[in-house]
Design a protein around this ligand. Structure first.
Ligand SMILES: NC(=O)c1ccc[n+]([C@@H]2O[C@H](COP(=O)([O-])OP(=O)(O)OC[C@H]3O[C@@H](n4cnc5c(N)ncnc54)[C@H](O)[C@@H]3O)[C@@H](O)[C@H]2O)c1
Ligand SMILES: [Zn+2]
Length: 363
């Protein structure tokens, strides 16, 4: 069991990482005393897999428990689902001592966190992330959101959880493609901040894809620490520090938008291509050595993630990039790697170079 403290004055909280933590969740939560009545927001699949175990643990901790489920897709992050949840929660909220538990991947975490932020202008919530992506990224940092038809995550709030409980055992039932999805973000942390983590991944990527508990624990803990430290220095995404987490994401988001957020490219797969393209741009601009970019590309590929894309319209990708607020008058603002473990915000990347690099990545 390992605890990482995320320091934000009165909004500080612990990220607890370990095996078999679900059993202890009820007792762990007591430390932050969020209320007496737990509303667990999850989906049907996770309810079937782990509902009983979580309920038992919460009852043991002295809590009353009510489960609410949302659809198992990005569609759950909608205004309709959020208002529906709030109405159901209001009916249960008799003793005025209610708190929310987000039990799921990033979709559940984002909608549950959003409802926690909005219901009665904020009730306490706990994150129990169940995907690798959520354990290393989305459950940490307090960004909550729902989508609008025009774009993802347009409505949201910064609202920090009271605790994050990352049980590595929960990942045993996670399909390999979902592990790779989270691994893409871990590779990102290595490139932006942690050359040792990157080296570890070069040796141990296969272990992670095979659910090896100790490899997962090491990678999750290093990643969670980087995310926590970054959020501490820029909670509201204002100073530019938090922007480094966007490495690979500007181009990645354009790919996601071009495929209409279908399952053709997962978020991790899209940012994998985005990270490879950004590394190529870095080499083109003379910011990074070609050999370093080669290591980035090789690790992405060995992890079962793409560095090229196919079946997408270049026109749509460029259009999505142009709509991105980071694109300014013929130049684009990108996070580019300098070396493994270090990135830089480059303000004036010529549009031509970005387009050429994307064209080269089309299969
Ligand atoms: N708030 C943030 O800072 C932040 C950061 C990154 C991503 N996000 C958001 O996260 C979402 C993506 O999250 P995700 O990648 O976790 O996807 P997801 O929540 O859709 O989960 C992926 C799939 O895995 C299943 N699953 C989850 N846990 C499982 C388990 N233990 N065993 C078996 N199956 C399991 C889910 O039911 C789902 O089908 C997006 O909506 C994205 O916008 C938010
Ligand atoms: Zn991401």
């Amino acid at each position: 069991l390992r605890t990482i403290r995320l320091n934000l004055k009165e909004r500080s909280y612990d990220i607890i990482i370990g095996s078999d933590l679900l059993k202890k969740a009820g007792r762990l939560i007591r430390k932050v005393d969020p209320g007496t009545d737990a509303v667990v927001i999850t989906n049907e699949k996770l309810l079937a897999l782990y509902g009983k175990k979580l309920a038992r643990s919460l009852v043991e901790g002295g809590y009353s428990v009510k489960f609410e489920t949302v659809p198992d897709s990005e569609k759950a992050k909608s205004a309709r689902v959020a208002l529906n949840l709030a109405s159901r929660i209001a009916r249960y909220d008799r003793r005025k001592s209610l708190f929310i538990i987000a039990f799921g991947g990033g979709v559940v975490g984002d909608i549950a966190g959003f409802v926690a932020a909005m219901y009665k202008r904020g009730v306490p919530y706990i994150q129990i992330p169940t995907t690798l992506l959520a354990q290393v990224d989305s459950a940490i940092g307090g960004k909550t959101a729902i989508d609008l038809p025009i774009a993802k995550n347009l409505i949201g709030a910064f609202y920090q959880p009271r605790m994050v409980i990352s049980d590595i055992g929960l990942l045993e039932t996670l399909p390999t493609r979902q592990l790779a999805n989270g691994l893409a973000e871990i590779i990102k942390y290595g490139i932006i901040k942690d050359a040792r983590l990157f080296k570890f991944l070069e040796r141990s990527y296969a272990k992670i894809l095979l659910h090896d508990a100790s490899a997962l624990e090491y990678a999750i803990q290093r990643s969670a620490r980087i995310k926590a430290r970054t959020v501490e220095s820029d909670e509201f995404d204002k100073t530019g520090v938090r922007a480094i987490l966007n490495y690979g994401h500007t181009i990645g988001h354009a790919i996601e938008a071009a495929c209409g957020y279908s399952s053709r490219y997962s978020h991790g797969e899209s940012i994998a291509v985005g990270m490879a393209v950004a590394a190529a741009i870095s080499v083109e601009l003379g910011i990074m050595e070609p050999a370093e970019a080669g290591r980035i590309k090789a690790l992405i590929q060995r992890s079962g993630l793409p560095v090229l894309f196919s079946g997408l319209s270049l026109h749509k990708i460029f259009k999505a990039l142009l709509h991105d607020k980071k694109f300014i008058q013929g130049t684009i603002r990108l996070i580019l790697p300098v070396s493994i473990g270090r990135v830089r915000l480059v303000d004036d990347v010529p549009e031509k170079i970005v387009k050429k690099a994307i064209e080269k990545s089309a299969r």
